[in-house]
Ligand binder design. Structure first.
Ligand code: NI
Length: 153
């Protein structure tokens, strides 16, 4: 159990494309545990491995309604045409928020932490979080697509 340092926007690591995980080793399991602890400590909805300096395709998400997801090598396999426009933030962009347009529903295929294939049908906040975290694995940040909200809150 450890809290990891979260890299901030401007760090080049956040702009790199992550490599798939080919074997879920004890080291990967420890990383997942540490990412969950780090997400909880920072009160975030999601965290992707590049945010803690690891260029592998791993993300964790926790929403109030759906609970905790550990995603290894996640892929969006379907997106609704229906969109949602809502507020979005990122632990790597502290103190700022923006409005993004994201699909209202997405279907994601991934492996869970035991290497078992899983399919997640996310709507609303979960769909937004899935898109946001999978973008991180490709070096993309929500600020690339958001209309930023000016001023502190
Ligand atoms: Ni983020």
């Amino acid at each position: 159990m450890a809290k990891l340092k979260i890299l901030k926007v401007g760090d080049e690591t956040l702009r790199k494309v992550c490599r798939p995980v080919d074997e879920i080793t004890p080291r990967i399991q420890r990383l997942i545990d540490d990412m969950i602890d780090t997400m909880h400590a920072a009160d975030g909805v999601g965290l992707a491995a590049p945010q803690v300096g690891v260029l592998r395709r791993i993300a964790v998400i926790e929403t109030p309604n759906e609970g905790l997801f550990v995603l290894i090598n996640p892929k969006i396999v379907a997106c609704s045409k229906e969109q949602q426009e809502s507020e979005e933030g990122c632990l790597s962009v502290p103190g700022r928020w923006g409005i993004t347009k994201r699909p209202m529903h997405v279907k994601v295929k991934a492996l869970n932490r035991h290497g078992k294939p899983v399919e997640i049908n996310g709507s609303g906040l979960l769909a937004k979080a899935l898109c946001h975290e999978i973008d991180h694995l490709d070096g993309k940040l929500y600020i690339d697509i958001a209309k930023m909200i000016e001023g502190a809150r």
